[in-house]
Ligand binder design. Structure first.
Ligand SMILES: NC(=O)c1ccc[n+]([C@@H]2O[C@H](COP(=O)([O-])OP(=O)(O)OC[C@H]3O[C@@H](n4cnc5c(N)ncnc54)[C@H](OP(=O)(O)O)[C@@H]3O)[C@@H](O)[C@H]2O)c1
Length: 275
């Protein structure tokens, strides 16, 4: 079989969490994979795992910091080398920073804006062009969050990046509705991955109980994406959250978001206390 005939999926942020499960589940559904993240050892271990489980699946790994300016262009070039056609792009790489906006390091928040917003947008632009050029059915899945549905104090920039992703993705889905490219936004709520450790969040016991498992979120995400749904919200609690965000006043939603994220601990941090 030549590389040209196979169906390739590109997944950013594939070294952990949801991205690694996207890789496992797409391989099980017969997709060839290009896996992208900064930690090459993690990507190589995942690639070995997938090749052992599915001998007919090709897996290529690319160690890349997607937040850097040249990353989207470099990724498109590597992913489409040897006339390969990409039929799925999953813009999954992303992170949050939790704490008072004016106390969090600016450099880290800038990096988040670049990764979650700017590079994601450019990757859509570059890969949508590639997909439209090859003309075969194709999908772009962007990772949003329920944090997009309301104000998220102490998670202010992260929530805003995901609100951007949600709005941008819905618009792009509409613009491309008559093409062969379907565009979807997956909006998970709290999901058990490395996300909260990276963000510096201690999940309160109540919220911890409500966390979804990554393979479950990913299965719903892939099903929704392949069905061409513009918006995918996995799980009952997250659907409820989305509904409530449409009916409650924004200030109440802001308060609720602080409580759900363990806001009292943040208040102690603010006042310098240790209780
Ligand atoms: N878990 C949740 O509760 C939750 C809820 C809603 C939305 N989400 C969204 O889901 C997506 C995946 O998050 P996750 O929960 O799976 O978190 P995770 O376990 O921390 O995984 C994040 C992935 O992104 C990659 N990444 C981070 N910075 C990168 C960079 N500069 N360049 C390339 N890759 C980078 C990481 O790989 P390296 O460190 O190896 O680069 C890792 O593979 C994110 O967009 C997140 O906002 C998560």
């Amino acid at each position: 079989m030549t590389g040209d005939a196979r169906r390739w999926a590109v997944i950013t942020g594939a070294s952990a969490g949801l991205g690694a499960d996207f890789a496992r589940q797409l391989a099980a559904r017969g997709w060839q994979l290009v896996l992208v993240a900064r930690r090459l050892d993690r990507l190589q271990a995942l690639a070995d795992e997938i090749r052992n489980a599915h001998r007919d699946i090709a897996v290529e790994v690319i160690a890349l910091d997607v937040s850097l300016p040249d990353a989207p262009d470099a990724l498109l070039e590597r992913a489409t080398a040897r006339n390969r056609k990409v039929h799925i792009l999953i813009n999954n790489a992303g992170f949050g920073t939790y704490g008072p906006f004016d106390e969090l390091p600016w450099e880290r928040q800038h990096e988040m804006l670049m990764l979650n917003v700017v590079r994601l947008t450019e990757l859509c632009w570059r890969f949508a062009g590639h997909m439209r050029a090859h003309g075969e059915p194709a999908h772009i899945l962007n990772l949003g969050s329920v944090a997009a549905f309301q104000p998220t104090p102490f998670f202010a920039v992260y929530g805003a990046t995901k609100a951007y992703v949600r709005n941008f993705t819905e618009s792009l889905a509409y613009e491309l509705r008559d093409s062969a490219v379907r565009v979807s936004c997956l909006s998970p709520g709290a999901t058990r991955t490395e996300f909260s450790d990276v963000a510096g969040i201690a999940i309160p016991a109540l919220s911890d109980h409500a966390q979804m498992e990554s393979p479950d979120v990913v299965r719903r995400g892939i099903d929704g994406m392949l069905a061409g749904k513009p918006q995918i919200i996995p799980g009952f609690i997250n659907h409820l959250n989305a509904f409530i965000s449409r009916v409650l006043p924004r200030q109440v939603l802001a308060w609720g978001a602080v409580i759900a994220m363990g806001g009292r601990a943040t208040m102690r941090h603010r006042s310098g206390g240790g209780q």
